[in-house]
Design a protein around this ligand. Structure first.
Ligand code: SF4
Length: 471
């Protein structure tokens, strides 16, 4: 069992983040001033923060002390623990000790990729990726008015539940009856709040779940309500996730085209039909190609396609092969996610073991796919990470030209406000702070998670957000 004792500080959270890069199940023991991790090796580490701001970690007689000026305490103690963990495990991590924070946020603070490597032990290729993505994020952020508002509309239903999914989404085969009453409640919430908005709407994103799971009539009515209620400038970016091709119909594509929807997502996750079936996604790779080509011919210029690296039932080379297939389709956006151990996911123990046995090679497969994307003219434009991905690996959105998604940047960076509608959605306000620091204070307002509760309480949720946004 690994035991990490905290001396001179109480940064449990940051240290736990570092330990979980290598080992699952680190638990805080505040009475004992330590963190214990059953799955770790038998070792005792002391994590020490000194009064002068420097830190060190000790394993017996061995001392691990970061070089250079100390960073702020929360980051400083991660550096020394990282050095100790790296030595103990014999492996380093692609993002070094940069965990629990968006890499592009730190990249914006630093001048060069070398700074990320020297201060946080980030591998040079990841440091360059972070710097490049941060620059693109900043460019897109500047295209979003400071006082503008982004809108999110959530449909938490899907045609079946993918086995790796942890989103709040209900399988409609069990809850078909709820779809209509949910979309009516959602429309009512929109009608209540939209007329109060006096700010420019910079982007609107309909996600989920799978919005196109709504039947044709309800889908069209929801679009009518959105376009009839919000004052959407002609240049607003509007995205609709049509993630699962098994929900698409000619009618829905035409309804979106008639409303000049600027961006849609058709997400394969993998281009291997056998894997899709095992993951409980009820469509094939051929379905993806069919609907992608149809949507392209109909004039949807910006189509995003999501892929997941590290899926169960697949080897890293299968992921690279899926990336090649998508690149050959030439969509404007490709987003690469890394699978993480999702708490509510239905993956079995065997699946997870299967995943663990393939750890080796995932990092390299990602590098190979990124190389192919660069070669094909894509560049990274936004990035985020989730806890418990393999080696702390990232999710990155790639785009051709200037087609990067503004909403994604508004949502992921803490610089623009987002007003969200629907069950389980999260709204946020980003407040400027006094002083030279450009960081914002972020406040969030959550909507009830469960769809049934939302149907009966949408009015109360709308008023809560009206107060929150002072509408
Ligand atoms: S389509 Fe997306 S939201 Fe729906 S179950 Fe699958 S992964 Fe989850």
């Amino acid at each position: 069992m690994l035991k990490v004792y905290l001396k001179g500080h109480d940064k449990y959270y940051g240290l736990t983040d570092v330990i979980r890069l290598w080992y699952d199940g680190a638990v805080e023991d505040r009475e004992g001033h330590r963190i214990v991790c059953e799955s770790g090796p038998d070792a005792v580490i002391e994590s020490i923060l000194r009064e002068d701001g420097t830190s060190e970690a000790r394993i017996g007689d061995k001392v691990y002390r970061p070089e250079g000026q100390p960073l702020e305490p929360g980051r400083e103690i991660k550096r020394s623990l990282y050095l100790a963990m790296k030595d103990l495990s014999g492996t380093d991590m692609p993002w070094g000790c940069l965990t629990g924070i968006r890499p592009t946020l730190v990249a914006m603070e630093e001048k060069t990729a070398e700074d990320l490597t020297e201060k946080y032990y980030v591998r040079p290729d990841k440091a360059l990726l972070a710097m490049e993505t941060a620059k693109e994020e900043e460019k897109l952020l500047n295209m979003l008015d400071e006082d503008g508002l982004s809108i999110y509309v959530g449909i938490p239903f899907c045609p079946s539940r993918c086995s790796y999914c942890s989103f709040i989404s209900e399988d409609i085969t069990k809850h078909m009856d709820r779809l209509t009453s949910y979309s009516k409640a959602l429309e009512s919430e929109i009608r209540l709040l939209a007329p109060r908005i006096r700010r420019k709407i910079s982007s609107l994103y309909m996600g989920g779940g799978t919005p196109t799971v709504l039947p044709d009539k309800e889908f069209n009515e929801l679009l009518d309500t959105i376009f009839g209620s919000f004052d959407l400038p002609a240049d607003s970016e509007i995205t609709i996730e049509a993630g699962r091709p098994d929900t698409l119909t000619d009618y829905k594509l035409e309804a979106m085209r008639d409303k000049n929807i600027s961006r849609i997502c058709i997400n394969p996750q993998t281009m291997n039909s056998e894997t899709l079936e095992k993951l409980n996604r009820r469509h094939s790779a051929e379905d993806i190609i069919y609907w992608y080509e149809k949507a392209s011919k109909m004039g949807f210029d910006v189509i995003n396609m999501d892929l997941i690296a590290g899926l169960p039932y697949e080897m890293p080379e299968d992921f690279v092969s899926s990336a090649k297939s998508l690149i050959s389709l030439d969509p404007a956006n490709i987003t690469i996610h890394t699978l993480y151990k999702k708490r509510r996911a239905n993956l079995s123990k065997e699946d997870v073991m299967d995943r663990a046995s393939k750890r080796k090679g995932l990092d390299e497969a990602l590098q190979e796919a990124y190389g192919l994307l660069y070669e094909a003219g894509y560049h990274p434009y936004y990035m985020y990470r989730q806890k418990d991905t393999e080696k702390g690996l990232e999710n990155t959105g790639f785009a051709k030209g200037s087609t990067g998604c503004l909403y994604n940047v508004a949502m992921m960076t803490d610089y623009r406000d987002v007003l969200s509608f629907g069950a389980g959605s999260s709204s946020k306000r980003c407040f400027k702070q006094d002083g030279p620091d450009s960081k914002r204070r972020v406040e969030r307002c959550l909507t009830i998670k469960d769809a049934i509760g939302y149907i009966s309480r949408y009015e109360e949720m709308a008023m809560k957000k009206a107060d929150f946004f002072e509408l």
